[in-house]
Design a protein around this ligand. Structure first.
Ligand code: GLU
Length: 306
């Protein structure tokens, strides 16, 4: 699945993520799912969702399930799924996998400064995990401000990434992280973990910047009794100066290339080579040929230069 947040125009990095998901799904005879992760109410805009969908259609990256389809795992916009997240947030709270945290931002900031000054990683100290469920409920009912934190277990989380191989994370370094602002305002890791399971996603292909989110999502899935999908984290896309690709490098949204007269076939072919290669000298591939040739074994871990 490709799960963009509609907080900006479709850019090259997103297309690469989307293309690799699509190529793999089609190669394996699977379905490709588009999910709109629009839970950031301030930054999400319908015009960005429209730009993403138009850009993908122009490129010929067509989703089998997603908005405007009648896929059986919908709705495919997260803001239309709040009842679902609410149910699972309550389950986590009831089963003590999560708890309400009433600490103020000032208090959290002061503690963070203190931990950094002592040379520790700034993680939450678990103060509110000692509040009883009854007391927490009363305080919520009385209108006190709170967030929902996941109770992290101190253990090592391992998984086998299709590109990176075996990856280990020491979960004790995460602390109890926030998964929702309230039962109807989920944050990314929580909503994604729930949806990936309910939508029966088998493979998640996304950028390397999400690598450390994976153990968090896996812990949430385990706490809910869900199985885990497989993960593939793609290397960063860099500018010629080897820093992360950005506006500075003249990387423009996809609509710009369309306007300039680039053909979608050319753009797909070019983007496919950002992190993948066929292992031969051949440089030109049509979409069916890319589908046929694509594999994670031929994806690399090191950054690709745009
Ligand atoms: N909405 C997230 C993003 O756009 C999705 C990451 C993921 O694929 O899990 O970065």
């Amino acid at each position: 699945r490709f799960a963009p947040s509609p907080t900006g125009f479709l850019h090259i990095g997103s297309v690469r993520t989307c293309l690799f998901n699509f190529l793999y799904a089609k190669k394996m005879g699977g379905d490709f799912v588009l999910r709109i992760e629009d839970t950031d109410k301030e930054r999400s805009k319908p015009e960005f969702e429209e730009d993403i969908k138009q850009g993908l259609k122009w490129l010929g990256i067509i989703w089998d399930e997603g908005p405007d389809t009648n896929g059986k795992f919908g709705p495919y916009r997260q803001m239309d799924r709040l009842d679902i997240y609410e149910k699972y947030a309550r389950q986590l709270l009831d089963q003590s996998h999560a708890y309400y945290c009433f600490c103020s931002e000032e208090e959290l900031e002061a503690k963070k400064q203190e931990m950094v000054a002592r040379g520790h990683a700034p993680i939450y100290d678990g103060k509110c995990s000692n509040i009883s469920k009854e007391e927490a409920q009363q305080r919520i009912a009385a209108g006190e401000k709170a967030v929902i934190r996941f109770k992290t277990q101190n253990k090592v989380i391992s998984f086998t990434d299709l590109i990176w191989g075996k990856v280990d994370f020491d979960a004790s370094l995460f602390g109890d992280f926030v998964i929702a602002k309230d039962t109807r305002s989920p944050l990314y890791n929580f909503a994604a973990a729930v949806d990936d399971y309910l939508m029966e996603i088998t493979h998640i292909v996304r950028g390397e910047e999400h690598l450390s989110n994976t153990p968090r999502q896996m812990m949430i899935q385990s706490a809910l009794g869900f199985s885990h999908p497989q993960y593939a984290h793609l290397p960063l896309i860099l500018g010629p100066d080897k820093t992360k690709l950005s506006k500075r490098h003249n990387a423009e949204p996809v609509g710009y290339y369309k306007q300039k007269g680039y053909l979608p076939q050319a753009l797909n072919n070019f983007i496919a080579f950002l992190g993948w290669n066929p292992g031969t000298e051949r440089e030109m591939f049509s979409m069916p040929e890319l589908i046929n040739e694509f594999s994670f074994e031929r994806c690399r871990k090191s950054g690709s230069i745009f």
